[in-house]
Design a protein around this ligand. Structure first.
Ligand SMILES: [Zn+2]
Length: 371
């Protein structure tokens, strides 16, 4: 169940209830494709206010396999995280990581990028995998076209994605019919950069009454103006009372833009993947801690930040850890960058509640410099 509790323009503050508790929105989900947010134990995630994460069917099906996760009592117990867990259907990974995929009406066949074995995903199979994983929010199998793609291809691909979404929902409803406690299921809209396709897609998807709606296939290389145009034009077609999840986005500036247009949920590898290369997010913008100028710097990563890392460690020390190839460098930089995102989302929620989102955005970008 989802409740929109406050609005500031088109921005929404809401609560999404799941079988493992709730998340307040707008929310940012760190990516935990393999059942771990890289370098971060769950107690650290809790400490910095991470409410939910997103794992991945494509990866978990191949390793360790959903039956093993089920044996351990489901993904929450397996990875010892008691927050809200989303599972991405793996549609995007099938198209971006695997070789030799064959798509037909029924599903998609692909070769594992790990051991080369053939795997066949149907919409129903992907629901079954998510049931074994035991996540709180399921995503339907979709076809994620690359960018750029012709209008004709995007149209055909969208039609397939919608057929699969319908099959997923019917199968899901059949399994959970009459059950009090059930996971939630989100349908994913596609349509590349073609606004009429995106609109048509959501018009059909909403007939199936999903618990929420993902916007997929963006941030895959399309120009920023196209992405912004889609986000600002299609959201009025989405049902008001359901959460909207912009998948794979993004930088703080992208998040502000999308929140102002009515997006409720985000996920992205940016804060974690960048942190492991020594690029962290701070109140003043991105900071590359490996740079030589930080060797003797006794300031914290972000002087404005009150996280555990910034209270206890200097830039000079963290740079030294990176130079020495020490693993602690990865943890400290990830911890700080995720805290930065977590706090940003919290401040955004507070600002929406107090109807001062634009004011907060202005204040944020007075310091934060976009590169
Ligand atoms: Zn910090």
């Amino acid at each position: 169940m989802f409740k929109v509790l406050e609005k500031d323009g088109n921005a929404r503050y809401g609560i999404l209830y799941t079988k493992s508790g709730y998340i307040e929105t707008p929310a940012f989900l760190p990516v935990a494709s393999f059942g771990t947010v890289k370098t971060m134990p769950p107690n650290s995630l809790k400490e910095i206010g991470i409410q939910g994460i997103i794992t991945n069917v494509y990866h978990l099906h191949q390793r360790p396999g959903e039956k093993i996760i089920k044996k351990f009592g489901g993904i929450h117990k397996f990875m010892s995280f008691n927050g809200v867990i989303f599972t991405d259907s793996g549609g995007y990974q099938v198209y971006s990581l695997s070789n030799l995929k064959k798509i037909n009406e029924d599903g998609v066949e692909f070769k594992s990028h790990i051991d080369g074995r053939k795997i066949f995903f149907t919409p129903e199979k992907v629901i079954e995998i998510q049931i074994d994983i035991g996540s709180d929010i399921f995503m339907t199998l979709d076809e994620c076209p690359p960018y750029p793609v012709s209008y004709e291809y995007a149209k055909e691909s969208l039609e397939l994605t919608i057929k699969w979404a319908k099959r997923s929902k019917l199968f899901f409803d059949e399994i959970f019919k009459g059950k009090n406690e059930r996971p939630l299921i989100f349908g994913i809209g596609q349509g590349s950069i073609y606004i009429d396709l995106r609109e048509k897609g959501i018009e059909i998807l909403k007939e199936y009454d999903f618990d929420g709606y993902g916007i997929g296939g963006l941030a895959v290389g399309e120009p920023e103006e196209d992405r912004k145009k889609i986000i600002s034009e299609i959201l009025s077609y989405y049902p008001e009372g359901k959460p909207r999840y912009l998948m794979g986005v993004g930088y703080p500036e992208d998040i502000f833009f999308a929140v102002k247009n009515g997006i409720d949920i985000f996920d992205c590898v940016l804060p974690t993947r960048n942190a492991r290369t020594g690029l962290v997010f701070t109140s003043y913008g991105k900071l590359r801690i490996k740079n030589a100028i930080y060797a003797e710097d006794d300031l914290p990563l972000d002087p404005e930040c009150d996280c555990y890392v910034c209270k206890n460690f200097t830039r000079g020390y963290i740079r030294h850890l990176f130079s020495s190839g020490e693993y602690l460098a990865l943890y400290l930089s990830t911890y700080h960058s995720l805290y930065f995102y977590s706090k940003l989302m919290k401040n955004i929620r507070e600002a929406i509640k107090e109807k001062r989102l634009l004011e907060f955005e202005k204040k944020f970008f007075e310091k934060y410099k976009i590169e």
